[in-house]
Ligand binder design. Structure first.
Ligand SMILES: Nc1nc2c(ncn2[C@@H]2O[C@H](COP(=O)(O)OP(=O)(O)OP(=O)(O)O)[C@@H](O)[C@H]2O)c(=O)[nH]1
Ligand SMILES: [Mg+2]
Length: 164
């Protein structure tokens, strides 16, 4: 299973997403610090919201196989700049939560995620688990492991380690 690092503003639904992926009932826990689990790394939203802390996010991302950018469907503005994938060095995926919100604007969030450079974009409702199986199927599909020589060759060719 791919280990996923989650980032996104406070209340975006990162912790709830982990609970939904684990098949747990949602129970609110404010994330106070970075939580490393076997398959996920959960971060406090405040890290993404602060210029200083956000640099640390790039470091934590190196512990993971994939970086999940979490944005709720009803977020009023975008915290993330374009081409975010260029400094992360991991595959970047977008996860749109709260698709059930009365204020959801999924096409707008998709556009933000495409601008950020997300390879894949998933839409989920953590409460009903809609969309969770599709994300799980992606996560269950392990990244191919490559040797150092192969990684160097890919760098020479200017392609990502994980691209086929
Ligand atoms: N309607 C709806 N509510 C959700 C969904 N996902 C999360 N929530 C609610 O949104 C609130 C915040 O969710 P969290 O998972 O704690 O958000 P977080 O991104 O972990 O926030 P921080 O820990 O502060 O960074 C909780 O009350 C959740 O129940 C969803 O898909 N739909
Ligand atoms: Mg949290």
């Amino acid at each position: 299973m791919k280990k996923m690092f989650l980032m996104g503003r406070s209340e975006a639904g990162k912790t709830s997403l982990i609970q939904a992926l684990n098949g747990e009932e949602l129970h609110y826990i404010k994330t106070q610090y970075t939580n490393l689990n076997d398959d996920t790394i959960d971060t406090p939203g405040e890290y993404s919201e602060s210029k200083r802390f956000s640099v640390g996010l790039a470091c934590f991302s190196f512990e993971a196989d994939v970086v999940g950018l979490v944005q709720a469907a009803d977020e009023p503005f975008n915290l993330f700049g374009c081409c975010l994938h260029t400094f992360i060095l991991r595959p970047l995926i977008g996860i749109i939560t709260k698709t059930d919100s009365a204020y959801a604007n999924v096409p707008m969030i998709r556009q933000w995620m495409e601008n950020a450079g997300c390879d894949r974009i998933f839409e989920v409702n953590n409460k009903t688990r809609e969309g969770i199986d599709e994300l799980l199927a992606y996560l269950n599909d392990d990244l191919p492991s490559i040797s150092m020589e192969e990684a160097i060759e890919r760098q020479r060719l200017g392609i990502s380690e994980w691209d086929s």
